[in-house]
Design a protein around this ligand. Structure first.
Ligand SMILES: Cc1cc2nc3c(=O)[nH]c(=O)nc-3n(C[C@H](O)[C@H](O)[C@H](O)COP(=O)(O)OP(=O)(O)OC[C@H]3O[C@@H](n4cnc5c(N)ncnc54)[C@H](O)[C@@H]3O)c2cc1C
Length: 416
């Protein structure tokens, strides 16, 4: 395997880095001022100003996989996503932000031509935004078979409508005034003996009667406005049955597909966050003098800097490996590699950001260096993308299966 950047990727990295230097880093304070102001639940003007520039520079929708009309493989996109991830609001400038990339991909893969036209096209244009509604306050949602929202085919009459009832929370992005569409997971067939065939995914317009955004949920006190993580009630929401994705009872199949590319993007962005933290750590440690010498001259700081570099680089190799596997053998065959980086990337980012905060002293936990917010995000990703424990269970299950089948094969192959 070779993870060398192709000439196309090298060129894009150069362009993207130049764009970040010219337009994103110098505007971090501007973004911050908006999201801390009374107008924070309104669209952030600086992001809207930069979108046409990113588009003109050929840096638009880079996430879009080759298999679905895009230009890049997952392996090629990874280093670009990492650069965008250095500043947590930057991906939206390039129309590469969560949860839209995962939702667009889901629509492209599993939506009818009508749904693609109505919802995916404006998303690809960056004109609207979207949310993914799976998690529920009432049940342990890391086990998606628990999801209770009901999606009932209306009997009698035209019989071509679903009626949806349930409550969702942690619906990221639903606070944005441009969030016009949700992908909702719920039960269409709760009595199906196969627990993995009870659920379906449907497309719900955010302004459908019966949809009510109840409140936002802060993450360690950060409201992430205007994006937001919302609690949403769905009460007798009616949608046409043609809004089902892939087909009734196939929600799990989609969840597995969706949890591929759209979700490893978080790992790529987390590498950007960890790199940013390490850079800040090194700069601060060389400037700050304590007990007669720069903090960078303390053995403990050096040890942490070295360890951070080792951890980031080894995580990057595993992320590239997962991306390469997805490109070459598919999401399903790459599930162990995907699960591994979902555990590793947020844990590594948390550790590196934590060390960077320590080097910054009290300033580290303030909002002056962006580290506290970065930590909150990375920490939340230890369950937002499925809890560590669930991924570890899956890795162990696959590992045990592989190891025991190898042992069995060896026994069988042994001459009598
Ligand atoms: C910032 C943020 C953004 C989010 N965005 C979205 C979104 O856009 N859409 C959406 O639908 N959801 C979203 N979520 C929700 C997220 O996906 C869930 O929180 C996650 O799946 C866990 O579900 P739960 O909170 O119900 O935890 P539970 O299922 O109640 O699990 C609680 C804990 O139990 C333990 N546990 C669970 N299973 C096992 C196991 N098999 N082995 C050992 N221990 C276990 C783990 O420690 C786990 O953290 C977001 C969450 C956060 C914090």
């Amino acid at each position: 395997m070779s993870f060398e950047y192709t000439p196309k990727v090298q060129e894009l990295r150069k362009k993207l880095t130049a764009f970040m230097n010219e337009h994103v880093y110098p505007n971090e304070r501007k973004w911050e001022a908006h999201v801390r102001s009374e107008r924070r639940w309104e669209v952030v003007p600086i992001i809207e100003e930069l979108k046409p520039k990113a588009r003109a520079a050929g840096l638009w929708n880079l996430w879009r996989p080759k298999t679905h009309g895009g230009e890049l493989t997952n392996l090629e996109y990874a280093p670009l996503c990492e650069i965008m991830g250095r500043v947590h609001w930057a991906p939206e400038v390039f129309n590469c932000s969560a949860p839209d990339t995962g939702n667009m991909e889901t629509l492209l893969k599993y939506g009818s031509p009508e749904l693609i036209k109505q919802w995916c096209e404006p998303l690809l244009e960056g004109k609207i935004r979207s949310a993914f509604l799976m998690t529920e306050p009432g049940v342990a949602s890391s086990d998606a078979t628990n999801i209770q929202t009901r999606i009932v085919r209306e009997k009698g009459g035209s019989g071509n409508e679903y009626v949806i009832n349930g409550t969702k929370w942690w619906s990221s992005g639903a606070g944005d005034p441009r969030c016009k569409v949700y992908i909702v997971m719920g039960k269409t067939d709760p009595d199906n003996p196969s627990r993995h065939k009870q659920q379906s995914m449907v497309v719900v317009p955010a302004d459908a009667p019966g949809v009510k955004v109840l409140r936002h949920l802060p993450v360690f006190g950060y409201d992430d406005a205007p994006h937001g993580h919302m609690e949403i009630a769905l009460k007798n929401v009616r949608i046409p049955t043609s809004n089902v994705l892939l087909g009734e009872g196939r929600g799990f199949e989609i969840a597995q597909g969706r949890l591929g590319p759209g979700r490893i993007h978080h790992c790529m962005r987390l590498l950007g966050q960890a790199e940013m933290a390490l850079e800040k750590m090194c700069k601060r440690a060389t400037k700050r003098v304590a007990f007669g010498r720069p903090v960078a001259d303390q053995g403990v700081t050096r040890e942490r800097i070295a360890e951070a570099r080792i951890m980031i680089d080894s995580t990057r190799f595993l992320v590239l490996n997962a991306a390469w596997m997805m490109d070459t053998v598919g999401n399903k065959a790459a599930k162990k590699e995907i699960a591994m980086i979902k555990v590793l990337a947020p844990n590594v980012a948390c550790k590196v950001i934590d060390w960077a905060m320590q080097v910054h002293g009290g300033g580290g936990v303030s909002d002056d260096f962006g580290l506290a917010h970065a930590y909150a995000e990375a920490r939340a990703l230890r369950f937002a993308d499925g809890p560590d424990e669930v991924h570890r269970n899956q890795i162990a299950k696959l590992e045990i299966g592989e190891q025991t089948s190898i042992a069995e094969a060896l026994v069988k192959a042994k001459p009598a």
